[in-house]
Design a protein around this ligand. Structure first.
Ligand code: 5GP
Ligand code: MG
Length: 177
């Protein structure tokens, strides 16, 4: 399987820095901002962003996670059914700007399910979406507010996202079938 490097660790670090700046451009003091990462690698990225924002603001930014599993017979099928797993939303979401964080945005079905799960916790004033990679092929009208890198992919390709916390290194690669 041919693998094409897309991002190295320095590029990922720069992108996360830029994404943190973009969040601060929209929400200067991040007063009402809560980051909610989609398990697993979205949650890792949310932790890193919370640390970057926390450093710049001099205080902790609220952080949570949602576990959304899509069971699909076929990654490209329309039949994927979301299963909501364990979630951790330690503080109320009422009136907050919740920024959902995920590693890869593809069809949009995970985010749709995440929105449904999140709204069970209350009524945020707004929900935004931040992703490291947008690989296209949306099946729902869902777009990210903050995008690390847009990558043109075929449906059969896969974007490998490696993060030090889990994989021992930071890298993003395109894996062709
Ligand atoms: P969607 O629900 O938008 O089809 O897919 C997004 C979810 O599936 C994300 O949580 C993401 O982790 C995972 N995903 C979809 N496509 C890819 C991909 O090419 N690479 C990786 N690493 N994850 C993907
Ligand atoms: Mg995922």
């Amino acid at each position: 399987m041919p693998v094409i490097p897309l991002l190295d660790s320095q590029e990922i670090a720069r992108i996360l820095d830029r994404l943190a700046s973009q969040v601060l451009e929209r929400h200067a003091q991040c007063d009402q901002v809560m980051l909610v990462g989609i398990e697993r690698r979205g949650a890792d990225l949310a932790r890193r962003l919370a640390a970057l924002l926390g450093d710049r603001l001099g205080r902790a930014v609220p952080l949570g996670s949602l576990d959304i599993n899509l069971y699909r017979d076929d990654w490209t099928s329309l039949e994927g059914k979301p299963h909501i797993g364990q979630s951790c939303i330690p503080q109320g979401v009422d009136g907050r700007v919740v920024i959902l964080v995920d590693d890869v945005l593809f069809t949009g079905r995970t985010i749709r399910a995440a929105l449904e799960a999140l709204l069970d916790y209350g009524r945020p004033s707004a929900v935004e979406l931040l992703v490291l990679v947008d690989r296209g092929h949306r099946e729902l009208p869902i777009q990210a507010d903050y995008v690390g890198r847009t990558v043109n992919t075929s449906r059969q390709e896969h974007v490998d996202v490696l993060l030090t916390e889990r994989d021992g290194q930071d890298a993003v690669r395109l894996a062709a079938p």
